[in-house]
Design a protein around this ligand. Structure first.
Ligand code: PBG
Length: 331
């Protein structure tokens, strides 16, 4: 449909912008706390938090503090939390066994959140990088990130998280075939109502830098992730990945990073009409916080504008470190 506009002065497009009431009436998109998934970092210990230097305002929390964060989310109307573990060096190994330990930090945090705030949906991350001695999302054999052996490990990880009570599993690894493998393992184990939110179109992005600090993977990472994450120059490939993941049993799909990839969000939503999420990643968060701290941008206004952009681009929700701050502002 082509927009049609009467000639001036029959049409004066400023008429519908003249007052807050008129602007409210014609506003197409709305942003609310219900649109957010809040990523939180969990670390070992008791009753403690420590700041993430490259993400001002973001902390790593012990499991008991994650439970408190879940109560905060519930009070603010945020429906979901996504857990990322900061793994001690001793638990980063070549075989990545900690990834599917029933008592790893993620699985402890799932149970703690379910106890403290049962209405909060708990999302997890499925990838080997927090547990891998070399920082990669998959096993490395002779310098190659191997696919099929990694998928077997991801399935074990998924089942451990589902057993712990996760509502939404987030495979972020970009291996081929993992959605189908995880889905059939879940069905086989009776986890019929556990959702998969696939990191379907995940780009090899420099915007993940601060996150890798937060989970302690920056120093560990050898090389880059270009053989599994997407080339930022590609667009059609994102549609093929989303189609593939939906066909293998993903319930929801994600585009990541967010703001530099709004064109992909729009194409994915228009093409498939599936529940579509964007991840406003650590680097996007850090840029806004840093500029605001310098007095160069109005931090609150830019935060809300950046989040509204995802709604306009067709996203149903956003993973964002701004979740509690934005929810507070939105009332
Ligand atoms: C790891 C993972 C990453 C992020 C989420 N899961 C980093 C990476 O792929 O290196 C990035 C999140 C962010 O930057 O906020 N599989």
């Amino acid at each position: 449909m082509k927009p049609t506009v009467a000639p001036f002065p029959a049409a004066r497009l400023r008429r519908t912008r003249k007052s807050p009431a008129l602007r409210a009436l014609v506003r197409q998109n709305a942003l609310s706390a219900e649109d957010f998934i809040w990523p939180v970092f969990v670390m070992a210990g008791k009753d403690a938090e420590e700041p993430v230097a490259s993400m001002p305002g973001v902390v790593r929390r012990t499991v008991d503090r994650v439970a408190l964060a879940a109560r905060e989310a519930q009070a603010l109307g945020i429906p979901a939390i996504c857990i990322f573990p900061y793994t001690d060096a001793a638990n980063r190994t070549e075989d990545c066994a900690e990834a599917w330990s029933p008592d790893n930090l993620t699985n402890q945090a799932i149970r703690a959140i379910k106890d403290a705030a049962p209405d909060i949906a708990v999302m997890t991350d499925i990838a080997l990088d927090p547990y891998n001695i070399n920082g990669h999302d998959g096993f490395v054999v002779d310098g190659e990130i191997v696919n099929d052996r990694t998928v077997d490990a991801l399935v074990k990880m998924a089942l451990a998280q589902a057993d712990a009570g996760a509502d939404i599993l987030g495979p972020s690894d970009m291996m081929d075939g993992r959605i189908g493998a995880i889905r059939s393992a879940l069905e086989g184990d009776g986890h019929h109502s556990v959702s998969i939110l696939s990191y379907a179109a995940k780009y090899a992005s420099a915007f993940y830098g601060p996150f890798r600090d937060a989970v302690g993977a920056s120093a560990a990472l050898t090389g880059d992730k270009n053989t599994y994450q997407m080339d930022p120059a590609n667009s059609d490939e994102a549609l093929r990945l989303v189609q593939r993941d939906l066909a293998e049993g993903a319930d929801m799909v994600m585009v990541k990073p967010g703001m530099p990839y709004l064109d992909i969000c729009r194409r994915v939503k228009d093409t498939f009409g599936a529940p579509t999420f964007a991840y406003q990643v650590s680097g996007e968060y850090a840029m806004i916080r840093a500029a605001a701290a310098n007095g160069w941008l109005n931090g609150d206004a830019v935060m809300l504008e950046s989040l509204m952009a995802f709604k306009r681009a067709g996203c149903d929700g956003i993973l964002t470190y701004f979740a509690p701050a934005a929810a507070r502002l939105l009332g």
